[in-house]
Design a protein. Structure first.
Length: 150
């Protein structure tokens, strides 16, 4: 049996820009379909929003996203995740994890994802990894980045 899991982001009208941003970070190809593409009248509110979006990047990274009907982007969404005394406190149901083989590879991803992000914990060595960091990107997705331990 072969099973593949793909993170599916449910976003408030920002799926297109999120997938384009992630494409700039990871490369790959974005596929999009709008509500209008699948039958909503073209002049209906929200017809241009994403009903199906996917990024397939080299190396196997895949993200999906869509715009949840009725949700609008928040001007100043508060980041509810924080680190204190080595512990993580959050109300988020999941984090998106990225693991690299080297600190150099991870640092490049960190710098790209950090653009417009709220850094929760700076990228630095930790007790379990030569590099660990945590941030909430501009779309509210919390990313945990680390280097695979030897």
């Amino acid at each position: 049996m072969t099973i593949t899991t793909t993170t599916h982001l449910n976003l408030p009208g920002t799926a297109r820009s999120a997938l384009q941003f992630y494409q700039s970070v990871f490369g790959g190809e974005v596929t999009l379909a709008t509500y209008g593409d699948v039958g909503m009248p073209a002049d209906a509110p929200g017809a241009d929003r994403v009903v199906f979006g996917q990024l397939e990047a080299p190396g196997g990274l895949r993200l999906m996203a869509y715009d949840v009907p009725g949700l609008e982007p928040e001007e100043d969404a508060a980041v509810s995740t924080r680190r204190e005394n080595g512990m993580t406190f959050t109300d988020r149901p999941f984090f998106q994890s990225l693991r690299a083989d080297s600190l150099d590879e991870l640092r490049g991803l960190w710098e790209a994802l950090a653009e417009g992000a709220v850094v929760i914990e700076d990228l630095a060595s930790s007790a379990w990894s030569p590099g660990f960091g945590m941030l909430a990107d501009r779309f509210g997705v919390v990313w945990v980045l680390d280097v695979r331990a030897a």
